[in-house]
Design a protein around this ligand. Structure first.
Ligand code: FMN
Length: 211
């Protein structure tokens, strides 16, 4: 009975399914203390709960001027605050494609309407089997649209769908489960800084996704 429950619990944890304490308690609540004694059941139930609740998130980001990296770092901080483990990969410094984790974030600045070559290469090289069933969250930074409606119309093709929209399509084409919508953050000028409130928005979104 216990080993069956544990197996199910661990399988769910490694499948990347959102885990809440309620969900875990629900599973752990299925232990039948009569088989081996209440105390052992309680102990096992507690350790299973602690282990299941800690997820591993990987955040892979490319960033030319550091703005998209700041968003990635805000995600990392919030996810860690929630008690989970986070591996942050700065693709500009080290190109690495991880094959283990429960949740994957991929970020790129929008440049000439697209994602960067490094971000594209990262998605293409992802081990689709290893990340199958896990949620992939894509994000980008982009320039602001001009206020003038005519200029705005002309600029739209450079901003929409942007790196995040394109990352989303590319990731889905690899057969992976992509969080919708793609997460987008605006910079105030061509090279940054991030527009006011964007880091707070990133933190709130990270909390929402991990909840
Ligand atoms: C050469 C160049 C091209 C850019 N092209 C676009 C573009 O097509 N669309 C857009 O929304 N922003 C564009 N931007 C603004 C970038 O999105 C901005 O520099 C980026 O969000 C900053 O992120 P980073 O600091 O992580 O590199 C461009 C910026 C540069 C320098």
């Amino acid at each position: 009975m216990i080993s069956e429950s544990l197996q199910r619990t661990f399988a769910l944890a490694s499948s990347g399914r959102k885990l809440t304490s309620q969900f875990v308690t629900g599973i752990c609540g299925g232990f039948d203390g009569n088989d081996i004694g209440d105390e052992v059941a309680r102990e096992t139930s507690f350790s299973a709960r602690a282990e299941v609740m800690k997820l591993k998130a990987v955040i892979a980001v490319d960033s030319v001027y550091g703005n998209t990296k700041l968003v990635a770092e805000a995600f990392k901080e919030e996810i860690e605050k929630a008690g989970h483990e986070v591996e942050l990969i700065n693709l500009r410094k080290e190109f690495r494609v991880p094959s283990e984790g429960d949740l994957l974030f991929i970020g790129s600045p929008t440049r000439v309407a697209k994602m960067t070559a490094k971000a594209k290469k990262f998605v293409k090289k992802l081990d689709a089997a290893a990340w199958s069933g896990k949620t992939v969250v894509v994000f980008d930074t982009h320039m602001p649209l001009p206020d003038d409606p005519e200029k705005q119309k002309k600029a739209m093709k450079w901003v929409e769908p942007g790196a995040a929209g394109r990352l989303s399509v590319l990731t889905a084409e690899r057969g992976l489960k992509v969080h919708s919508p793609p997460l987008r953050f605006m910079v105030s000028d061509m090279k940054g800084p991030l527009a006011p409130g964007e880091l707070e928005k990133a933190r709130a979104l990270a909390r929402e996704i991990i909840a």
